[in-house]
Write a protein that binds this ligand. Structure first.
Ligand code: ATP
Ligand code: MG
Length: 285
């Protein structure tokens, strides 16, 4: 049986989370000794550690079958690959920023301006669509210092918290894209590799789901059962068990992390007591 080859970032912001995701999928690997390649003992997969910038190209060419990479690089490299699944980490924005003291009156501000970036393709597409002429200064790193040293009037770069911008006397004025890590795949995988990919995807989805949900247990007086079960729909329906005390029940269910505080409030308002919330390790519908 041939192995599925996955490429992940060798060292950088995606590396640790990519390895962690594979681990959570039951795929045990280590790259302690900084090899280029590793294989997993218990899953037909081979891991290639590469520079993230090169991953779209390798996946297009079939040197790797799949890869984990930021959407921003997928857009910028514009290779012929399929985006299979969003992975929920390395979330960031691609934003335009200008010197803090400049007054900003909308996107036409950029007409005739010089913008420094490592993402020239995405930037050009954005301004072409808006029919605004700009000059692009392509640089490969430390974009945030470009205005300070007189290289450009503005920058287009990755922003997460914005603290780097502030430190460099800049302010974010437009968010052009929202990006996160994604799984990409070669467009002509063999049937065999496609099957391995589907197995991996099934596991990734179970892991992702488990992170989105919490397991919840609580006690309610039977008079509130109907109301509380309507607040907690569960996977099929909540589990309801009688308590040792007459007239009370224990309810077990799952809730979405995002709804958590909202749901807890509603439960308390409906006489729920002894609420326990636990993490879920894997979740399969
Ligand atoms: P190099 O190729 O030189 O290692 P890089 O910028 O390509 O540098 P990283 O800084 O490790 O590599 O970023 C990898 C990916 O992580 C980016 O393409 C982006 O998708 C995401 N990312 C970058 N910066 C942030 C951030 N501050 N917060 C969240 N995600 C980020
Ligand atoms: Mg890179």
């Amino acid at each position: 049986m041939s192995n599925l080859k996955i490429s992940i970032q060798k060292s950088g912001r995606l590396s640790e989370k990519s390895i962690q995701l594979l681990n959570e999928c039951g795929i045990k690997i280590s790259n302690g000794d900084r090899k280029l390649k590793a294989s997993a003992k218990n899953f037909p997969i081979e891991i290639l550690f590469l520079r993230d910038d090169d991953i779209p190209q390798y996946v297009e060419q079939g040197v790797a079958d799949i890869g984990i990479i930021g959407e921003n690089e997928v857009w910028e490299k514009d290779k012929n690959v399929s985006v299979i699944e969003k992975l929920g980490f390395a979330s960031c924005k691609l934003s335009l920023a200008i010197p803090r003291d400049e007054s900003y009156n909308g996107i036409t501000y950029f007409e005739g301006k010089k913008i420094a970036t490592s993402y020239p393709k995405i930037l050009k597409k954005y301004f072409d669509k808006k029919n605004i002429n700009i000059e692009i200064e392509e640089i490969s790193g430390s974009v945030e210092i470009a205005t300070g040293i007189g290289l450009a009037d503005a920058i287009f770069d990755i922003v997460s918290t914005g603290s780097t911008l502030v430190m460099n006397g800049l302010k974010e004025v437009e968010v052009v894209e929202q990006s996160e890590a994604v799984l990409i795949a070669n467009k002509s995988l063999s049937k065999e590799k496609q099957e391995i990919l589907e197995k991996l995807l099934f596991r990734i989805q179970a892991v992702r789901m488990s992170l989105e949900y919490k397991y919840i247990l609580l006690n309610v007086p039977n008079s509130s059962l109907e109301k509380v079960t309507s607040i907690l729909p569960g996977m099929k329906s909540p589990t309801i068990l009688p308590l040792g005390i007459e007239g009370w029940s224990s309810i077990h269910s799952v809730i979405k992390e995002d709804d958590f505080w909202n749901v807890i409030e509603q439960l308390k308002n409906n006489n729920a007591e002894g609420i326990l919330v636990l993490p879920i390790e894997k979740m399969i519908f």
